[in-house]
Design a protein around this ligand. Structure first.
Ligand code: ADP
Length: 512
């Protein structure tokens, strides 16, 4: 049932249909929209287009999407971006794909029709099943082999749910008539007219079915999750040709040559190709990743070990930590408390006072992620006095994003034993200069914001463009990475220490 993988590389001259105009197309499929971006030979984004799609919440804790709607949105974004830029498809030398991770699609190989709605990464329907696994004698083996913490996020339990709950699917899956894919796999299947069924190491490392070290589907894990191997895609490197977008799709055949899950793509888009380089994405939550080189990391601080997108055939790794509520705390101030009218307003308000006057906010609305992993923690605003007002609370919310990120970076340094020298940032809340300066202060490290903050799309473009010889390798794309602003720490050591103590005290009160 495996799909033959075409040659992984070809030379620059072969790859470029129009010698003067090698463009690279990036398909960036996120949780709320599918985007397409086009880059020129200098790595500059010349066009971007986004098409939104719906999310469904049929029961409390359940999150679903329509995989066909995702495909249509992605197709429409790709066609529009080429049209808007006035670039013919045959001038595109490579296409890279990046995607919301873990979201699970299962479809019929013959008809190409999904057998159920896609189960989105946020969906908690398999929490009980995962609870049982966590309590079982297999728990430490599963976590050790995959580098993950057993949780409903990852695809394995979602596939299991579909096989158990959609009538007739399990039997057909045994024979390879039913296929599984994360969104990368689903898009590639459709882009190639059903000819290619692959995923890359970064996406596969989020299924809880891959042995992180060897990069292969693991028979013991497949047995535990009761998933037939025949339905799984082949695992391929993140940079290298896997097939062609059919000529009927965008107007010319385009090689698909880069694949990575969104956070790993962002790591590449931040040009973090070497061990110790770190990025933090400030969106709804925060996702921090540090490149860990070619040796599989083992976290002793409750971080995840995962695959990084490699530019060659070597296995590359990263450690990852996430903060559940980051920019969402600012959203909460706006939408639930109504004390600001726009997220951007938080910056001036926070900067209008020298400090919070001892107010701390711990936005543990859904528990605390790494390194605490306390699902019973709940949010609090602590240290209020008669002098506390809107500005103090807003500032405390922004500071909480930086404090939580500092805890991730501490855990990463403790795991690797190596200091992280600077933090590269992106995401919607990274535009907030107050937050970035406070982040640098509370880390005691420079925070660096690049010119192009669409790092996810950019990373997928790099992976594809390098594979097709548009760019020569990491050194060349690193030279494209330009700093927009660098925030140097100015806070004294003593003040930082006392602020961190106060934060820890507030976190302790939010737990349990
Ligand atoms: P996602 O990809 O998770 O949807 P984005 O990267 O688009 O998130 O970032 C949006 C988040 O950033 C929102 O939670 C919003 O509250 C926050 N945000 C946007 N602009 C600012 C700002 N200027 N200051 C602080 N937070 C902001």
């Amino acid at each position: 049932m495996t799909t033959p993988i075409p040659e992984l590389r070809r030379s620059r001259t072969e790859s470029i249909a129009v010698a003067e105009a090698p463009y690279v197309l990036s398909l960036d499929e996120g949780t709320t929209s599918a985007r397409a971006a086009l880059y020129n030979e200098r790595g500059e984004r010349i066009a971007m287009h986004s098409v939104a799609f719906d999310c469904f919440y049929p029961h409390p804790g359940w999150v679903e999407q329509d995989a066909v709607a995702i495909w249509n949105a992605q197709l429409s974004a790709a066609r529009t971006v080429l049209e808007q830029a006035g670039i013919p498809a045959d001038a595109v030398a490579a296409c890279g794909i990046t995607n919301q991770r873990e979201t699970t699609v299962v479809w019929d190989r013959t008809t190409g029709i999904p057998v159920s709605p896609a189960i989105v990464w946020q969906c908690r329907r398999t929490a009980d099943f995962c609870g049982e696994l966590k309590a079982s004698s297999n728990a430490s083996m599963i976590e050790d082999r995959t580098g993950l913490i057993i949780d409903a996020y990852f695809s394995g339990s979602k596939i299991h749910w579909i096989l158990e709950n959609v009538p007739g699917v399990r039997a057909r899956a045994q024979y390879g008539d039913i296929l599984f894919g994360n969104i990368d796999t689903w898009l590639i299947w459709n882009l190639t007219g059903g000819r290619v069924h692959v995923t890359d190491f970064t996406n596969a490392s989020r299924t809880m079915l891959m042995n992180l070290e060897t990069g292969e589907w693991d028979d013991d894990l497949l047995r535990i999750f009761d998933i037939p191997r025949a339905m799984l895609p082949s695992i391929v490197p993140s940079s290298g040709r896997v097939g062609f977008i059919g000529a009927n799709v965008l107007g010319a055949e385009i090689p698909i040559s880069g694949i990575a899950g969104d956070q790993q793509a962002a790591l590449a888009g931040q040009a973090c190709f070497r061990p110790g380089l770190s990025k933090n994405t400030y969106g709804t939550g925060c996702f921090a990743l540090t490149h860990a080189g070619t040796k599989r990391p083992k976290s002793t601080n409750k971080l995840l070990a995962t695959r990084a997108a490699s530019l060659d055939l070597t296995g590359q790794f990263a450690v990852e930590g996430s903060v559940f509520i980051a920019g969402a705390a600012v959203q909460w101030l706006r939408d639930s408390l109504g004390i600001i009218t726009t997220a951007a307003e938080s910056e001036a308000l926070a900067a209008s006072i020298p400090d919070t006057g001892g107010v701390h906010m711990v936005p543990a609305f859904v528990g605390l992620g790494a390194p605490h992993w306390d699902m019973n923690a709940r949010g609090l605003i602590y240290g209020l006095t008669r002098a506390s007002g809107r500005a103090q609370i807003v500032r405390a919310a922004l500071e909480s994003i930086a404090f939580q990120s500092r805890e991730l970076i501490d855990a990463m340094e403790a795991d690797s034993g190596e200091p992280i020298t600077e933090l590269r940032v992106d995401g919607g809340a990274a535009v907030n200069n107050f937050l970035m300066q406070f982040q640098a202060d509370i880390l005691g490290k420079p925070v660096v914001r690049p010119m192009d903050v669409e790092t996810t799309a950019l990373g997928a473009a790099y992976l594809a463009g390098i594979a097709e010889g548009v760019w020569s390798g990491a050194d060349e794309v690193e030279s494209f990475w330009r700093v927009e602003r660098r925030f140097e720490p100015v806070m004294s050591h003593a003040e930082r220490a006392s602020r961190l103590d106060a934060w820890k005290n507030a976190v302790a009160r939010s737990k349990g």
